[in-house]
Design a protein around this ligand. Structure first.
Ligand SMILES: [Mg+2]
Length: 196
């Protein structure tokens, strides 16, 4: 049987982003991320998948192994402190200014990496969600036919208006990570269970 999944953006969704984060020592997860992921994965059997644009690679700011080191650090924190983990990380290293158009097709808002992950991990997209802080995250989720959650930590109304104007209104908007997980679990279970 196919698995439900929650697809997450990485930077500024799971972790604070100082700008082109590449140093694992600077990994700083937002409040509630560990608890929320543990709840989704351990209690509700969601696969947890990260889909990230990492154009810093094609821009020459850092290497693929830097991205892998940051991803590993995130999973180390989740394992050691929260007894959970991200099942898979996917990232697009390309950018149209530095790469070919063909290469850049993996970049969000393209749903390409979502479809690749769904195939790799036997995901049922009809039961799955996409969570992110950017317009391109919500567009990616919509392009993959997923329900979408905008994390809006800074209560940025401009972002909401911009999405609405593009006719890309997310299904849910949350201002903290545990709310994100609550909304997903409530929707998934038809309102029968909430994160305590
Ligand atoms: Mg982001």
């Amino acid at each position: 049987m196919s698995n439900p999944a929650v697809f997450f953006d990485r930077d500024n969704t799971l972790n604070f982003d100082p700008g082109y984060l590449s140093d694992p020592n600077l990994v700083n997860l937002f409040e509630g991320v560990g608890e929320g992921i543990a709840k989704l994965r351990n209690d509700f059997n969601f696969k947890i998948i990260v889909i990230s644009n990492q154009s810093g690679i094609s821009r020459g700011y850092f290497t693929e192994s830097d991205v892998l080191a940051v991803n590993e650090k995130i999973n180390l924190i989740l394992k050691m402190q929260f007894n959970t983990e991200i099942d898979a990380f996917y990232f697009c290293p390309f950018h149209p200014d530095f790469s070919t158009e063909e290469e850049s097709k993996c970049r969000k808002p393209s749903p390409l990496l979502v479809f690749k992950a769904a195939n790799d991990l036997d995901i049922d997209l009809r039961k799955s969600y996409f969570v992110g802080d950017s317009i391109s995250d919500i567009e990616c989720g919509i392009n993959a036919n997923l329900k979408t959650v905008l994390v809006n930590y800074k209560n940025d109304l401009g972002k909401i208006i911009s999405l609405k104007n593009r006719n890309k209104t997310p299904n849910f908007i949350a201002q903290n990570f545990l709310n994100v997980c609550n909304l997903i679990i409530e929707d998934f279970t038809g309102g029968k269970s909430l994160v305590k």
